[in-house]
Design a protein around this ligand. Sequence first.
Ligand code: ZN
Length: 254
Amino acid sequence: MIAPDLETGIARLREMVEAARVIVPFTGAGISTECGIPDFRSPGGIWTKNQPILYDDFLASQEMRNEAWRRRFAMEEQFGGAKPGRGHRALASLYRAGKSPGVITQNIDNLHQASGVAPEDVVELHGNSTYAVCLDCAKRYELTWVKEIFTSSGGRAPDCPDCNGYIKSATVSFGQAMPEAAMARAEALTLVGDLFIVVGSSLVVWPAAGFPIRAKRNGAKLAIVNREPTEIDTVADLVIRQDIGTVLAPLIAH
Ligand SMILES: [Zn+2]
């Protein structure tokens, strides 16, 4: 059912949460917009003005790698101080209460970890923008280190001191393969839940929609909290098209 109003939606969601044994949340950009992080893919979002750098282009030229890092540090100034919102805090409450074993997210903003979910329990389908990795040897680099070299070299993206590989933020770029380990963990998490909650994702970007459908086929209940209609509203047990923070705030344990 589509909740006819906010109150009904909140009440139904609470019933479903209370009845569930294992809750698996799946989050997208919509959970972070109240934290000041824009939905990059939405109309007017950064990527409609600034074409994203494709993975192959990043690999192909030093200029593109420089540009990728220039943009990353410009973003840092804008969103670096973002704090978890009500949605993150609500899901972290379910996690701490032992109702939810972890979160699957399309976001790269690290806000689930910042809200108290252990990093190993956050499955990041699109990676994480708050650190960097060498594309060849997979060594992790902190952004402060990258920035230091970038700034002192006049805007040149650094290479890996160990192996000379390219260093890229740990996100999954357009044209880059989905991370297999994260996909496998998301799949496993999906199958242990008896309540799957989509929060702030329109489920358009592949393979997002596959997870809730999988959960539903596996016998789980499905709730979708998203301002806009999604591709799979018709198969959901509950659809709430309201402000995400407002809907989830009552689940925050104080
Ligand atoms: Zn390396």
